[in-house]
Design a binder for this molecule. Sequence first.
Ligand SMILES: NC(=O)N[C@@H](CC(=O)O)C(=O)O
Ligand SMILES: [Zn+2]
Ligand SMILES: [Zn+2]
Length: 463
Amino acid sequence: MLRGGRLVDPSQGIDGEADLLVADGQVRAVGGRVPEPSGATVIDAAGLVVAPGFVDVHAHLRDPGFPEKETLETGSVAAAAGGFTTICCMPNTMPPLDTPERIRELVERARSLPVRIFPIGTISRGRRGEELADLVGMAEAGAIGFSDDGDSTRSARVMRQALQLSRLLGRPIMVHCEDPTLSAGGVMHEGGVSQQLGLPGIPAAAEEIVLARDLELARLTGGWLHVLHLTTARGLMLVRRAKREGNRVTVEVTPHHLLMTDEWVAGIRRFAGEMKPFPAGPCPDPNAKVNPPLRPEADALALRAGLRDGTIDLIATDHAPHHEQDKPPVLERAAFGMIGLELALPLLLRLVRTGALTVSELVEFLSCRPATLFGLPGGTLRPGSPADVVVFDPEEPWQVTRATLRSRSANTPLLGLTLRGRVRLTIVGGKVAYVDTAFADRCTRSGRRADLSGYSLRSTPPG
Ligand SMILES: NC(=O)N[C@@H](CC(=O)O)C(=O)O
Ligand SMILES: [Zn+2]
Ligand SMILES: [Zn+2]
């Protein structure tokens, strides 16, 4: 039982000091003073936030194919350390997750891991964008959605077919919007900063053109379009219109596009909406190369407005681990992507501190919404629901280093910075998926009968 934390559960309209009783893998009781059953493990959560575990609909776990970047095992440990209890993995693996057999195999392997993992299948065969994959078979095998993420689906005809099927399957078509003929060769957002650095740019229109196409196809078919990693103010306008017209469109934004700008590529490490920069990073910084690219501050601020007015439904990490060798200092040769699972909370807490978001809204966008919209476990601590819980200290400072990260990869422009907000404990289905060493200590010493030592702690040192 978790005693005396600040319980934040927007699904029940709770934000205040309360106890949480967990038994048999489920939430048993929530409230001001829950009586303590005899023999219960009591964990003192005073000063900490207790919330439904985070749910990520967009993570790259690189499994199968790139174990040097991440695996289901290391990715699930990173997820638990970041407070996530459910994550969905993208199919741009080697081979891609494009058949019912591969989806089934992944579901099977995911069973023994500390967090819940759900696969996303490809839209097109081989993720080549030309022919529709077996969406029906993959849905039956457990795919929770479909995506050719990493690229846009080249054929509009295939997109149309996929969206038509999405109605039947009740599963989203998750789109990465990028016109490859416009983005080709680009390494960062095309604008003032790319000009100053003399680096080839990717115009905002590369994203907006395909977004407009896919929104039109959603309208044509009545299918469920989920827009991945939206980044531009103009894209937001397109989505706003499509939603107003009554189309079935959901939209996600990443923590990095809400907080960081194209200046980070130049090593200027200042968060959007904040005055004071951190000490400069490398210039150019290969870890700031991500797709879609970090945009100017006006876009980041527009995305925040999109969260507030309901145009954007949820926050997803787009956790994209890469090996050091894939991130050479020459930007043209560096891979796109940055890790996100362990950095989402400290990044988003900056929005809380600057007043752009409340803790309750943070939990709503990172847990309740993705769970409800995608029909995934979690997102609530209502009695009777699975005990998927995160306990975090919103103030605790920690330095982002290879050693403090559990992900197998450390590709983030935040390396070396000290951020605030640390997960203490993550519980999945009533079991400890992650516990911070200091906190495990505190539980055993201060809590009456509080003993977490019986649980196997799956966290492994980064490899
Ligand atoms: N976001 C990225 O920059 N990279 C992703 C692909 C993607 O999400 O488009 C990856 O798989 O590395
Ligand atoms: Zn993408
Ligand atoms: Zn992605």
